[in-house]
Write a protein of this length. Structure first.
Length: 314
């Protein structure tokens, strides 16, 4: 089974507006409210693919009760550490022919007691799983090395950690003695880690391969670099692969990275081949992009698009 962590969950609200009027009233006729946060998008995709999982992290307040009710509707099992503060809201205004304006609350601040409470909770439950995903930002009050502490606990039980974060948290995870099994940086994040210019123009696979051989990535078994419409470039062990995807009708790319991580978690937890794991991840990412919903896949289309993904060793 798979354990997913969302340390800073939210209620994701989507407001479609034909035209956004600044300094005036804007009325909406349809509102979408879902259990949000990157880890819960991962959770939803795994469940829609028919796999069992447990979602965990922090949760609290009346908004937290609403979030758990939405997870129950989606048949997602959950076991959160409860805090006194309310979780955050994330508002997306969809307006003016495809524009998206987001308003993101910072979320609660975690105190030292709740910090330790989660470490104890995680150590108690993680031993029951083969794979754990850790996604997104950390709430205020948790230092950037907090994920590294969780990775160390998971590694002690032989649980593979799929870490999808950025900035200081990703850097701390790579510099820690306890390494995640997989990371999923984009080209910008790689450039920041290596203090180099972000590449522009056509994808230079040879340069990307050389970047992923930098000592900062030593000890990480899988590195999955999303390349948008070009698919992904993957380092698995000491081998490199291109995951090539067909041209598709892009409806909503938001959440596709989380959906890709869900596919990776499925493949790795089921000990699929490297090629099939990459194909599964590319397919779940594509299916999310083809859906208007965030963190959503239509399982009935999986086999069709799985067959269209090409994996080449580079």
């Amino acid at each position: 089974m798979i354990l997913t962590l969302t340390m800073n969950p939210s209620i994701d609200m989507s407001y479609p507006i034909e035209h956004l009027e600044i300094d005036d009233v804007n009325r909406v006729s349809k509102v979408s409210k879902t259990a949000g946060g990157k880890g819960l998008n991962v959770s939803r995709v795994i469940r829609l693919m028919g796999r069992d999982l447990l979602a965990s992290g922090y949760n609290g307040g009346n908004f937290g009760a609403f979030l758990e009710a939405k997870l129950d509707e989606d048949d997602i099992k959950h076991d959160f550490v409860q805090i006194d503060a309310e979780i955050r809201n994330s508002i997306a205004l969809l307006h003016d022919d495809g524009k998206q304006t987001e308003i993101l609350e910072p979320g609660p601040e975690i105190n030292i007691d709740d910090r330790q409470k989660f470490l104890d909770h995680f150590e108690q439950i993680v031993k029951n799983y083969k794979v754990v995903t850790m996604s997104g930002s950390l709430p205020k009050g948790l230092e950037s090395s907090f994920y590294s502490e969780l990775v160390k606990i998971a590694n002690n039980y032989g649980v593979k950690v799929l870490l999808d974060t950025s900035g200081a948290s990703l850097e701390a995870g790579l510099k820690s003695e306890a390494k995640p099994y997989l990371i999923k940086p984009n080209e910008t994040e790689i450039a920041q880690l290596l203090d180099i210019d972000r590449p522009s123009g056509d994808i230079d696979y040879t340069a990307l391969k050389n970047n992923l051989m930098n000592p900062i990535f030593d000890g990480v078994q899988w590195i999955v670099v999303s390349l948008g419409a070009a698919g992904a470039f993957v380092k698995a062990g000491d081998k490199f692969y291109k995951g090539l995807i067909p041209k598709i009708n892009v409806v909503n790319p938001v959440g596709s990275g989380d959906s890709t991580l869900g596919g990776l978690a499925i493949g790795i937890s089921e000990e699929s081949t490297i090629e099939d794991t990459i194909k599964t991840a590319m397919t779940t990412g594509m299916l999310n992009t083809m859906s208007p919903k965030t963190g959503f896949v239509d399982k009935s289309l999986f086999d069709e698009y799985f067959a269209k993904v090409v994996v080449e060793e580079f």
